[in-house]
Every structure is written in structure tokens, then in C-alpha cells.
Design a binder for this molecule. Structure first.
Ligand code: ADP
Ligand code: MG
Length: 539
């Protein structure tokens, strides 16, 4: 035997490993690609993306989180970036693009420091300092706003919706959003349950015909045209079983050998359905929402009794109905009694262009409201829905936290300026990291300007100069294309969008910087390696 060294295997052969600077470079690159992907959608002049999935469904959107969720991202660091967008969406409901862009920029700037041989630990420490300081500064410069300032709230909603296809009708929609939130919010303990706001969509009419309905709207018509179209003082039964006859143990095949037997069977079926409907009547119900099917014969009996019924109501609508009307969903006809019924002052069928819907108004729980979005096509309506959800999220965070900031890049420039001042009080190399953090914040106004076809360098220079003169609310208003006091122009955002974006962006940037070793197993289904090792060759 020779004394040649034997290779030592400590990992399976199919594990792809990248270490040290390579791992960092690779991860940072992946994060930057994600940030670049959503960058062009930022702000009122941002472009839309068209996403086509494997079966050909199309989504046209400007919404950061939607774009990232629909892209099937494999790279682990890129996935972490997608997670920030999701956290942002869950915590605030808006500001997803901002958070992702910031994270990308923080990493890009960190790379410069890495190239200068500054150790990741030092960068992380600097970023941490900067984040804490930035949050303090934000608290200081944010403006408190009262619960009853609907005018300001409407501006917040409009700012959230700018550039999202809701542009032309944003005043109307902002008003709907504010009224909806006010309806469901509990001023005393500052709780707002956005689940109380139902969003229903109807194709056919113009967006401006969208409306707020004090109650629930469900996308179902009455099952039988003999039923009343309107029921006053509705007593509502919510049932999750089918109003049909099934044989013993759900067996539906019965062998029938003689005409008498058939008649007998039919009589029995009729009797059972009659019994079922009379139990409904006996409970005092005049409306039935059924999660399953309703047999023709049952429909006929219900109609004869003057009962309004809808079938195949979705589970989530059933739950909303229960909450709104105070009724209970029951699973057995024998459980049905007066106490289980929900109440509403009116249940009626309303024609919406081609389709018919059921309105449940004057519900027992006054907090139940529905925003009915109208629009010409499904794509338009879906994008309006995303815009409205952003608006709802923003207003509820303003009401919960009570603080707003000036948008259109004003807050980022001010923060950046204050952070730079802070960095000069530091010594050591962390100072450089804080400066890079401050510079990263400017990427927001820079992207806003760039997306609007303006020169980002000119804009940033001017903004910096104006902020140095003490104009802390000066931003680049892209509706007027003017550098001006954007607070007065009504470009207003919740403070929470910014604090959340900052903290999640810096968190993920620091996490990615801490990684110096990537071990990726071959994924079983497709043989692809999870780490996209050749990324740098493609770009
Ligand atoms: P995000 O997903 O981060 O919310 P958006 O595409 O909604 O991204 O863009 C939000 C950014 O657009 C914010 O920085 C906001 O201040 C800015 N913005 C909104 N309205 C205007 C405006 N009229 N002029 C300039 N910027 C605006
Ligand atoms: Mg937004």
C-alpha cells in the first residue's frame, strides 16, 4: 500500500457546498436579484408584472408580495427575501416592495464593505445599531393622528392605492375603506378585526360603482324562483348538511323490483323532505343558508313555505354569516331551534349585471360589512382587491398605532440624514456600516424617481439639500412631479409600514450576512440543486 491520502467523506456525495466568500457572494447576488425583480413596481409610477403559471392562469399585478409568492423561487437566500415580503404583508398589509428593496440594498452595500475586508460581524453590528437608532428616529419624527381624522385616513388609503389600477377611483375607494374600518373598529381598546370586512367581487360594472354594504353579501342566489326575493326580519338557519334524502349510511343505490316499491320509496322520500322542511319552519326560520345541496323537492317545499334559501354556500361564508347574524351552524336537523338562528333585518336577492347575489343587511352584529368591488374584468377586480387590502391594512395600522409619516421618499431621506449624523458620533468600523445603512434608505426615493423616468441622482441631491435646510417633509411627489412638502400634498403613510419594513429588511440582511457555508442537498423530485450554484454565470 502506498501512503497516499484517502479522501474522507463526511457528507453524502450529492450535497452541494459553497463556503466563505463564495457563499456570501452567491447569497447576496440571489437577494439582489429578488430586489431588482420587484424594484420596477415601486411607487405610483411603478410598472406591473404579468405572471403566468404552469396552467396558463394570468395575474397582472404591481404588488410585491403577490409577485414573489407566484414566482417559484428555489434559492434559499432568495426564499428568505420572499419571507420578508410575507411577514410585511401579515404584519402591516403594505410596504412589501419597500421591505424587499431595502433588504437587497442593505446586502448590496454590505458587499462593498466585505470587499474592503470588513468582517461580517462588524457589518452586522453596525446594521443592528442603525436599526435601533432608525426606529428611535422614526418614533420622534412620526406625527400623531387622532381617531376622528377621517380626512387624513383617506389620504393614507389613497397613498396606499396609488399606482395600483385603482388610481382613477381612489377617492371613492378610500372613502369606502375608511368607512368600512370605522365600522369594524373598536375605538376603546383599539382592536380592528379585518376579518369582519368581507370583500365580494362582481364583474360587469365600472370600478366607481363599488360600494360598502352594511351587512354581508354572498355570491349566491335563491335556489328557486318561487321563493321570496326579500325577507324582512330574517331569522336565519345556517346548516352544513345537505337538504336531501340519502339512504341508510349514505347509501344511495337502492334496488327496486316493483312499481309499488318505487311508489313507496318516493313517498318515503317525500315524507322525509317534508319533515325536514317543516322542522325548519317550526324553528321559526324564514331564511336558510345551506353549505351543501338542496334537493329539488326540498326547494319546492321551502318555496311553498315562503322560505328564502341558498345552497352551496362556502364554508368561509357560513362562518362569516354565523359571526354577522349571531346564528350557529348546525349539523343535524334535530338541533335546529330558535336559539340557533341568526338575525338580520333584511335578506334579499339583488341582481348584479349577469349574476345575482344575496344581501344580508342590518345584521345582529353591526360590525359586519362588505366591500363590493365592481370592475370590468377579473384581472382589474383582482388588482383593485389587492389595492383595497393594502389600504385596509394601512388604515388599521394608523388607527392602532396612531402615527403617520410623510411618504414619497421624504421619510427615507430624513431618516438617512439623521442616521448619517448618528454615524459621525461612532468610532470604529461600525461607523461605515451605519453609513451604508443610511445610504440604503435612499434607494427608496431613488427607485420612486427612476420608475417615473426621472433622474434619481438629481432628485436625491435636491432632496438631501432641502432636508439639510430643515424641510423634513419634502419628498418627490410623483402625481405632480414636484419636489415639495408631501405631507401637505397628502402623500401619507403609516409609521408602522416603515418600522416593520426596516426591522424585517435589516433582520434578513443580517441573517444572510451571517451565513458563510451553504450545504444544499440535491432535491429529490427534480434533481435540481437547491442553491442555484451557477447564478453568477447567468448574470
Ligand atoms: P410597497 O409594496 O412597498 O407598498 P408601493 O408600490 O405601494 O410599494 O409603493 C409605495 C411607495 O410609493 C411609498 O414609498 C410611497 O410613499 C410612495 N408613493 C405613494 N404615493 C406617492 C406619490 N404621489 N408620489 C411619490 N411617491 C408616492
Ligand atoms: Mg403599497
Amino acid at each position: 500500500m502506498s501512503n497516499e491520502k484517502q479522501p474522507i467523506y463526511i457528507m453524502p456525495e450529492n450535497v452541494q457546498r459553497t463556503v466563505g466568500r463564495d457563499a456570501q457572494r452567491n447569497n447576496i447576488l440571489a437577494a439582489k436579484i429578488i430586489a431588482d425583480t420587484v424594484k420596477t413596481t415601486l411607487g405610483p409610477k411603478g410598472m406591473d408584472k404579468m405572471l403566468v403559471d404552469s396552467v396558463g392562469n394570468i395575474i397582472i399585478t404591481n404588488d410585491g408580495v403577490t409577485i414573489l409568492e407566484e414566482m417559484e423561487i428555489e434559492h434559499p437566500a432568495a426564499k428568505m427575501m420572499v419571507d420578508i415580503a410575507k411577514t410585511q404583508e401579515n404584519e402591516v398589509g403594505d410596504g412589501t416592495t419597500t421591505a424587499v428593496l431595502l433588504a437587497g440594498k442593505l446586502l448590496e452595500n454590505a458587499e462593498k464593505l466585505l470587499d474592503m475586508k470588513i468582517h461580517p460581524t462588524v457589518i452586522i453590528k453596525g446594521y443592528k445599531l442603525a436599526t435601533v437608532q432608525a426606529e428611535k428616529i422614526l418614533e420622534e419624527i412620526a406625527i400623531p393622528v387622532n381617531y376622528d381624522r377621517d380626512d387624513i385616513l383617506r389620504y393614507v388609503a389613497m397613498t396606499a392605492m396609488t399606482g395600483k389600477g385603482a388610481e382613477n377611483d381612489k377617492e371613492k375607494l378610500a372613502d369606502i375603506i375608511v368607512r368600512a374600518i370605522k365600522r369594524v373598529s373598536n375605538q376603546a381598546n383599539k382592536t380592528i378585526n379585518l376579518d369582519d370586512i368581507k370583500i365580494e367581487k362582481s364583474k360587469g360594472q365600472a370600478i366607481e360603482n363599488s360600494e360598502l354594504i352594511q351587512g354581508l353579501v354572498i355570491d349566491k342566489e335563491r335556489v328557486n324562483i318561487e321563493m321570496p326575493t326579500l325577507v324582512n326580519s330574517a331569522k336565519i338557519a345556517l346548516v352544513d348538511f345537505a337538504l336531501e334524502v340519502r339512504g341508510p349510511e349514505g347509501e344511495t343505490r337502492i334496488s327496486i323490483t316493483s312499481p309499488e316499491q318505487l311508489q313507496g320509496f318516493m313517498d318515503r322520500e317525500e315524507k322525509m323532505l317534508k319533515e325536514m322542511t317543516s322542522k325548519i319552519l317550526a324553528s321559526g326560520a324564514n331564511v336558510v343558508f345551506c353549505q351543501r345541496g338542496i334537493d329539488d323537492l326540498a326547494q319546492y317545499y321551502l318555496a311553498k313555505l315562503g322560505i328564502y334559501a341558498c345552497r352551496r354556500v362556502s364554508k368561509s361564508d357560513m362562518e362569516k354569516l354565523a359571526r354577522a347574524t349571531g346564528g350557529h351552524i348546525i349539523s343535524n336537523i334535530n338541533e335546529l331551534n330558535t336559539q340557533e338562528l341568526g338575525k338580520a333585518s333584511i335578506v334579499r336577492e339583488v341582481s348584479q349585471g349577469e349574476d345575482k347575489m344575496t344581501y344580508i343587511e342590518g345584521c345582529e352584529n353591526p360590525r359586519a360589512v362588505t366591500i363590493l368591488i365592481r370592475g370590468g374584468t377579473g384581472h382589474v377586480i383582482d388588482e383593485i382587491e389587492r389595492a383595497i387590502r393594502d389600504g385596509l391594512g394601512d388604515i388599521s395600522s394608523v388607527l392602532k398605532q396612531g402615527k403617520i409619516v410623510a411618504g414619497a421618499g421624504a421619510i427615507e431621506i430624513e431618516l438617512s440624514k439623521k442616521l448619517r449624523e448618528f454615524s459621525s458620533t461612532l468610532s470604529g468600523r461600525e461607523q461605515l456600516a451605519v453609513e451604508e445603512f443610511a445610504r440604503a434608505l435612499e434607494s427608496i426615493p431613488s427607485a420612486l424617481a427612476e420608475n417615473a423616468g426621472l433622474d434619481p441622482i438629481d432628485i436625491i441631491t435636491e432632496l438631501r439639500a432641502r432636508h439639510d435646510k430643515g424641510e423634513r417633509y419634502t419628498g418627490i411627489n410623483l402625481l405632480s412631479n414636484k419636489i415639495e412638502n408631501v405631507l401637505e400634498a397628502g402623500v401619507i403613510e403609516p409609521m408602522k409600514t416603515k418600522t416593520q419594513a426596516l426591522s424585517s429588511a435589516s433582520e434578513v440582511a443580517m441573517m444572510i450576512l451571517r451565513i458563510d457555508d451553504v450545504l444544499a442537498a440535491n432535491s429529490k423530485q427534480n434533481g435540481k440543486i437547491n442553491s442555484m450554484p451557477n447564478l453568477s454565470e447567468d448574470f
